[in-house]
Write a protein that binds this ligand. Structure first.
Ligand SMILES: NC(=O)c1ccc[n+]([C@@H]2O[C@H](COP(=O)([O-])OP(=O)(O)OC[C@H]3O[C@@H](n4cnc5c(N)ncnc54)[C@H](OP(=O)(O)O)[C@@H]3O)[C@@H](O)[C@H]2O)c1
Length: 263
């Protein structure tokens, strides 16, 4: 199957590293223009240069925008700025996020609100901006990047698991409302995939170990005996945003090497 995204523009939140950057690589290699959003300007610039060098010789465009997606005003401003540079967004990936789990009684109102702002409200706000032009052109794709804990929340998994469950409900609502206009909306539920967040956790908690030494006891607990690679995740995302996935909407698909107890 030849998956091409020529002529499409994708906006990826949290596009400067990890899964977001892997999707940006895959989409741009498939012919899409990409807009990457994150807070750290230097990481965005290095992501941009990395992508430009990997698609050298093609017409693909890469734009980056500093944006804290928890801030509704910044979302509005960046959306306008991107419209002027890359035109309308055909593919929206709500991916920005951060690890946030702890005991329920230690999770304050502020922590709940911060997690919902980052993982739920940002997706609501971007989807609200993306829907009208997608509906007008009768083509659109939205992916909400979530976590498998959204399907199987356990003790100590809040606030993330609750925000992710809400993200699954949002996915279903948007899929229903988007379907008549060929706007397809799906969620990808991550298990454990190598990215910046794991590297940072390794440096914080076990700097004396190599990454492999740090991760291997964790990998032993996983069904496939290894964590996933960001490219493996991006392959699935690229298929879902392409014409090849033209009858798939309203799904929450695990990308977890079989880790989730729930299908
Ligand atoms: N990798 C996994 O194993 C795993 C597991 C479960 C869920 N997930 C979810 O998958 C998504 C991608 O994760 P990842 O592992 O690729 O994480 P990552 O390597 O830590 O990358 C996170 C990205 O989000 C951006 N970001 C964070 N907060 C932001 C904010 N307030 N506004 C704008 N951008 C923000 C970061 O850039 P700045 O810091 O510069 O803003 C970065 O580009 C996240 O939603 C994460 O929760 C991942």
């Amino acid at each position: 199957m030849d998956i091409r995204l020529d002529g499409k523009t994708a906006l990826i939140t949290g596009g400067s590293e990890g899964l977001g950057l892997a999707m940006a690589h895959k989409f741009s290699q498939s012919g899409a223009n990409v807009a990457l959003l994150a807070r750290d300007a230097s990481k965005l610039e290095s992501a941009k240069q990395d992508i430009i060098s990997s698609v050298k010789g093609s017409q693909v465009r890469v734009e980056t925008f500093c944006c804290d997606v928890t801030d509704a005003n910044q979302i509005q401003e960046v959306w306008k700025a991107n419209s002027l540079l890359l035109g309308q967004v055909d593919i929206l990936v709500n991916n920005a996020g951060a690890h946030a789990i702890g005991p329920f009684l230690e999770t304050t109102d502020e922590m709940w609100q911060a997690d919902l702002d980052l993982k739920l409200y940002a997706a609501i706000r971007f989807s609200r901006l993306a829907f009208p032009s997608m509906a007008e052109q009768k083509w659109g794709r939205i992916i909400n990047v979530l976590a498998i804990s959204g399907k199987s929340p356990g003790a100590g998994s809040a606030p993330t698991s609750v925000s992710r469950a809400a993200g699954m409900a949002l996915t279903k609502v948007l899929a229903g409302e988007g379907a008549p206009n060929n706007i397809l909306v799906n969620a990808l539920l991550v298990g454990l995939i190598r990215s910046g967040q794991h590297e940072r956790r390794h440096k914080r908690s076990a700097p004396e170990k190599t990454f492999d030494e740090y991760i291997s006891p964790i990998e032993e607990q996983l069904p496939m005996g290894r964590i996933g690679e960001a490219e493996e995740f991006a392959n699935m995302a690229c298929f879902l945003v392409s014409d090849a996935a033209s009858y798939i909407t309203g799904c929450a698909i695990n990308v977890d090497g079989g880790r989730s107890p729930v299908v």
